[in-house]
Design a protein. Sequence first.
Length: 396
Amino acid sequence: MGLLYLGIDINLPSVLWMRRMLEGLSDQVVVLAAEVPPKAELQQRFSTVVLEDGWLEAKLWRLLFRCRCIDRLPAGRRALSTLRSAVARPEVDQVLVHYANLAAKYSAVWQHTKKPVWVHCHGYDVTWDLRQAEPPHGPEHDRSYVQRVLALPANVRFIANSASTARRLQDIGIDARRVHIKYLGVPLPSQPPSPHRSVDQVEILYLGRLIDCKGPDLVIQAFDRAVALGLRGRLVMAGDGPLRQRCEDLRQRSPNRQQIELLGAVDGATGETLRQRAHIFTAHNQLGPTSRQEEAFGVSIVEAMAAGLPVVSGNNGSLPELIDDGEHGVLVPPGDVEAHARALLRLAGDPKLRSRMGLAGWQRARRLFSLDGEMDALRRLLDLPNPTKPNDSKGS
């Protein structure tokens, strides 16, 4: 069976998981489609189509959108025609679309094919009341978005990256029989993590987008409070996003600013180096006070667990699915900076506890969040053969 793999932009550092999934399905992907041209190396490996509108048509749509004559940017005729032709190719048996908003945008294509379409949902696309990061913080989705998702035809089914995401789909009336939960996978070291040792200063790592549902500003405040309580260490923050300036301001005002490093966005290799160097991984997951978004899965959390790092974060969104409080890390009440600070202080001073939680996290990641496990689950859903198990029947 041949697969058409569709995303908006597969080049972004924040969608490394999307490229991992593409790699895991590479033997089945016959068309790679995107709105932003994939990098040259991907275009050399895959038959690629880019969904572009004509210059004049795109300019007209943007003008109407800015003038508020329309409340969303629809797919143009050229993009629709390009995608419709790609889906109609005889070698394409089914489609995998990343994000529900992209699926809704190209709904007209799915209406005119009987081929199965799988919509992989990831978080912001199922946050129905999502608000924009920039003032005046208006709605991110247009007024008809929920109805357009609900109106996706019967040949469309949904893949949720967590039970939390699945519940959001069902909340608007999507039949539970059309929703399938499949966790994302991450690379896993084959050997268990080395025991943590006592150190003069611990390194605490935040790695992820600087967005309000991850609470990077609260992480800085918790670190400052932990230092005031006696913690000896440094905070390294890697990532970029709408809260970058607020984090910079908090760092500048912090009495511990020499111990706080803001690196900006980093690539996968740098992220791996940072995890190897760190002793504790942290975020402050919460319902975003502006965005209304919650963590739908938390790839960076699972990568930290796979690296043997204990995790301290807020008890919100999908986090209780990933972490058992007290077993793989510490989950604090969202917004409770004092509890967050004390959890950091406790782990910083107890290498045996860090070791126990780190090992438990690594074991849980091996059991639930491996790349091989994800690919097996995805291939079963899509009824694709597994190249690593040539003697298995399809879909087994």
